[in-house]
Design a protein around this ligand. Structure first.
Ligand code: NAP
Ligand code: ZN
Ligand code: ZN
Length: 352
């Protein structure tokens, strides 16, 4: 298959810095869209993958799955987009299209395994997929999103992962007017969870370790903030929430949050992957019909629904724009939660 050389930024090993490199992109197939990448958000998953935190990272790794740009080429069977359109790509670039999950627009739960935008198996040119820290990307039109034209394009990029990852549980657990929602951790995912839950009409609380973020949380739309290390404050919201979205990336005690769920309430983990410590106590779950659940990103139709909702409600991410060459420093700052609230790479910096 024909490919073209594309400038990218990635890492050759878990303990190496990210640096400029060249990758191959396929030439457009009949259903493909080629997108010149204008902005790419920096998700904590990019860092987990670059550093092999979850195991299974393939190198060289080119992260980036919060992609927005402009269509530069389309295959002759493409109907969804045309050259010149704005377009977005999130965490998925392919799935089997035929399994029960795919048939229900739940490509993120494809029973045959979805293809991730990076670190997935490249079915077309072999090897593994490379993400959005690059000049361009070629994606099957089914996995390309239409981007509302009224929003700040750079600030739209994080919607493609942080937005959909928090939107999907809000929709699945039917959050709306009158719902009481809490969000654990004010980072990329957390700040979008606040904005989207608020947009859906919920009453929203932030749980944070960081008193410095209280003012920001209120400005983002939170009705209240609970400092999670303060037992008194935690007790004051005992039995309150219908849904808690927990975005914390590392192992932490979820028992104190379960205590703040209402009867029938659900704590949905979207951050940490792995065994819980200390052990999850089932007593409050059984005695209150409470659930602890998980959720991964969202399907393509649901992602389009979220983007359209954001267009109508003027919802975008709070961003700090960086140059591609600043990514290693940005990762260090993200680890210290020193980002308010999403880094977005201006991809022009890679082209120059
Ligand atoms: P982020 O911007 O770094 O935000 C994480 C927030 O969690 C921090 O701002 C901090 O908030 C809190 N936090 C960080 N370390 C903590 C610790 N050790 N203990 C307690 N709280 C801590 O990260 P993100 O991009 O939002 O991603 C969050 C997690 O979700 C990552 O693990 C990422 O891989 C994962 N993710 C999952 C999906 C999915 O589909 N399920 C999709 C995207 C990302 P406070 O300062 O307010 O406490
Ligand atoms: Zn992500
Ligand atoms: Zn499938």
């Amino acid at each position: 298959m024909n490919t073209s050389s594309t400038k990218a930024f990635g890492t050759k090993a878990a303990d190496a810095l990210l640096e400029e490199m060249t990758i191959a992109r396929r030439e457009v197939l009949p259903k493909d869209v080629e997108i010149e990448i204008l902005y790419c958000g920096v998700c904590h998953s990019d860092l987990h993958t670059a550093r092999n935190d979850w195991g299974g990272s393939l190198y060289p790794a080119v992260p980036g799955h919060e992609i927005v740009g402009r269509v530069t080429k389309v295959g002759n069977e493409v109907t969804k987009l045309k050259v010149g359109d704005l377009a977005g790509v999130g965490c998925l670039v392919d799935s089997c299209h035929t399994c029960d999950s795919c048939k229900q627009d739940l490509e993120q739960y494809c029973l045959n395994g979805f293809t991730g935008t990076y670190n997935g198996k490249d079915k077309h040119i072999g090897g593994h997929t490379f993400g959005g820290y690059s000049e361009k990307v070629v994606v099957d039109e089914h996995f390309v999103l239409k981007v509302p034209a009224n929003l700040n394009l750079a600030a739209v990029a994080p919607l493609l992962c942080a937005g959909i990852t928090t939107w999907s549980p809000l929709r699945h657990w039917k959050v709306g007017k009158g719902s009481k929602v809490a969000v654990v951790g004010l980072g990329g995912l957390g700040h979008m969870a606040i904005k989207l839950a608020k947009g859906l009409g919920a009453e929203v609380t932030l749980f944070s370790r960081t008193p410095d973020k209280i003012q920001d949380a209120i400005e983002l739309g939170a009705d209240s903030v609970i400092i999670s290390t303060d037992d008194q404050q935690m007790k004051s919201v005992s039995g309150k929430y219908d849904l808690i979205i927990d975005t914390v990336p590392y192992v932490h005690d979820v028992n104190p949050y379960v205590a703040t769920l209402n009867i029938n309430g659900t704590l949905v983990l979207v951050g940490y992957l792995g065994g819980l410590e200390p052990i999850l106590n089932t007593v409050p779950m059984i005695m209150g019909r409470k659930s602890v659940a998980g959720s991964v990103i969202g399907g393509i139709a649901e992602t389009q629904e979220m983007l359209d909702f954001c267009g109508e409600h003027n919802i975008v991410s709070e961003i700090e724009i960086i140059k591609m060459q600043e990514i290693n420093e940005a990762y260090e700052r993200m680890l210290k939660s020193d980002v308010r609230y999403r880094f977005v790479i201006d991809m022009d910096s890679l082209k120059s």
